[in-house]
Design a binder for this molecule. Structure first.
Ligand code: NAP
Length: 288
């Protein structure tokens, strides 16, 4: 299909720092090309102190929407006119849509994660999740899992300076969604073992196991991983983390964060264009 940038081409973008390694420009531009949509997607290296000027300039230039990656997902909040309920609960935004000059903040990381779980062939609705980590990705997953109807979530993190803030987050999400959410100490192996033994899925949303420190796992005792437990690591670099190796040895089905990455992008694409990203083709081209 003919694909040309013209005087009417609509701009979408990724803002963050660093961004040069990101696969998002390929994934979006190829989807625009495949569907014959008059859009282009560019990556801009923007640091927190440059964000106000960048947003104002892009808005003036008529941008249709943009994604935010580290470290901007929270820094963007003061510049937005409205938040979706999920973004408001998560307190972070990875997708902005410009509607009639107003900036609407969405979060699609959680939607992308939940779609990656079903895509891997699992149904966790009405079941319990043990979630490791409480950073940007973990909170987005927690919110979407609770909204979608996961019955209970045990969120594990370190007892550090962000403990109280995370406890308040868990209370808020529990009271707004009806999901039973507990915040627990990741350093307590006995609590962790008990939680995992009652869960359908163990999700690693910490950065433990990510390159360049890929010889680490958030699970110190692999015997906690009972056969049949679904083990999901949202890390995608490396493609197979030490946690996934442990899971395989214990007979647990497992999958990495590649398709979460794909589906969070697909959800943003659908919000900008009103069309479905051709994920099967994009998967084969960039994610296999
Ligand atoms: P973040 O906001 O910096 O959060 C990092 C989390 O990891 C925090 O909860 C932190 O725990 C925990 N952590 C770090 N070191 C730890 C350790 N030694 N022991 C226990 N916990 C530790 O980062 P993020 O944006 O949420 O990203 C987290 C991971 O998810 C990264 O590996 C990232 O690449 C991946 N990710 C994947 C996707 C995808 O689409 N697949 C999307 C976003 C992120 P405390 O709260 O206890 O300090």
């Amino acid at each position: 299909m003919k694909y040309e940038i013209t005087g009417t081409t609509k701009l979408t973008a990724l803002l963050g720092s660093p961004v040069s390694h990101s696969i998002s420009p390929q994934m979006h531009n190829e989807s625009f090309r495949l569907l014959g949509l008059d859009y282009v997607y560019l990556a801009f290296d923007i640091k927190p102190e440059q964000l106000r000027k960048a947003v104002s300039g892009l808005k003036t230039a008529g941008i249709s929407g943009f994604n935010l990656t580290m470290p901007l997902k929270v820094h963007i909040l003061p510049y937005l006119d409205e938040l979706t309920p999920a973004a408001s609960l998560a307190g972070a935004v990875n997708t902005v849509i410009v509607q009639d000059g107003r900036l609407i903040g969405h979060t699609t990381d959680g939607v992308g994660y939940m779609r990656s779980v079903s895509d891997a062939g699992f149904d966790i609705i009405g079941k319990k999740m043990t979630l490791l980590g409480a950073g940007g990705a973990a909170t987005a997953i927690c919110v979407q899992a609770a909204l979608d109807g996961v019955s209970s979530i045990d969120m594990f993190k370190r007892k550090n300076a962000t403990w109280d803030k995370t406890a308040a987050f868990c209370e808020r999400v529990a009271s707004e969604t009806g999901c039973n959410i507990r915040l627990l100490d990741i350093g307590d192996n006995s609590l962790l073992g008990d939680s995992i033994s009652g869960s359908a899925i163990l999700t690693n949303a910490t950065s433990v196991g990510m390159e360049p420190k890929s010889d680490a796992s958030p699970i110190l005792d692999p015997y906690m991983l009972a056969e049949g437990l679904i083990v999901s690591d949202i890390i995608y670099n490396p493609r197979e983390t030490l946690l996934m190796k442990q899971a395989k040895e214990r007979g647990c089905p497992c999958f990495n964060g590649m398709y979460m990455l794909l589906y969070q992008g697909a959800a943003a694409f659908e919000r900008w264009t009103g069309q479905e990203m051709p994920t099967d083709i994009i998967k084969e081209k960039y994610f296999s």
